[in-house]
Ligand binder design. Sequence first.
Ligand code: NAD
Length: 306
Amino acid sequence: MDTTDTSHADRHRSIAFIGLGIMGGPMAANLVRAGHRVTGHNRSRAAVDRLVSVGGHGAGSIAEAVKDADVVITMLPALSEVTEVVLGEAGVLAHARPGMLLIDMSTVSPHTAITLAEAGRERGVRVLDAPVSGGETGAVEAVLSIMAGGSAADFEEASPLFHALGTTVVHVGPHGAGQTVKAANQLIVAANIQALAEAVVFLEKAGADLAAALTVLGGGLAGSTVLSRKQGAMVSRDFAPGFRIDLHHKDLGIVMDTARAIGAVLPVGSLVAQLLASCRANGDGGLDHSALLRGVERLSGDERID
Ligand code: NAD
């Protein structure tokens, strides 16, 4: 269900935001901008200071961040961090007030989302899984695509917060459904970036005018958000993240594990998962996923690859 509901829009909430990284930092800042009281907590202090500098509040522990919160948002790298922060002895659920709403916006598996929802229910905490797409730019510009799983009532309550962070906000089903859709998103994005990387190497080796080629490709059926957003990084060979290969590798693991469990056969998905694994094995895990280009260059004997 798409929603443009703004009935709660003027209701300012007390939000604890845990995980102020590439995505969480700008997302928390956008919630401050929308008028909410946002208390941020992060493993490293510099990210908390950045939130304080734009009008947020800082907390030195999870307990301190969540003690007065109506809503807790987590935006953490992966399963181990989400498990520690939400379920750990010093974690969110250990300090949560009954009735609180926990929104996990990290990308984890559908199975993990269901586990969090069940653990929340035991503590009287309502839970939504609400992973996002749109990258760092989408987070900064508050134009993320947000796919939410959980109850319709909890989704409706969270809607004004989601609309402060993104422009495409959809309730896609029960607990775990948001993560299922996000896994599909990551499959599509990885395959697209790999195809673009192969086209770039193909065009360069053929001696084509790369800039002209990418311009005309962008206007036809080959055009895509991936092409428009990632061609710059590939042409300039600036692979600062963005979205790290390590994280996309994690996401393709979720895709392939889930596919195996449900009997879906994803030949391109399994190949791209291996190509991401190769980039990591060659030391590129900390680079943006546009560095899949380096993997294609490596396979093609490009001298620029050290
Ligand atoms: P990131 O590594 O930049 O940010 C994660 C933050 O969590 C860091 O600041 C880290 O210090 C903090 N953290 C880790 N463990 C912690 C703990 N125990 N307690 C408190 N803070 C802790 O990652 P990111 O790129 O912002 O991604 C966050 C999530 O969003 C991931 O699941 C990722 O897959 C997903 N995602 C990322 C992008 C993107 O383009 N970067 C896009 C969509 C979704």
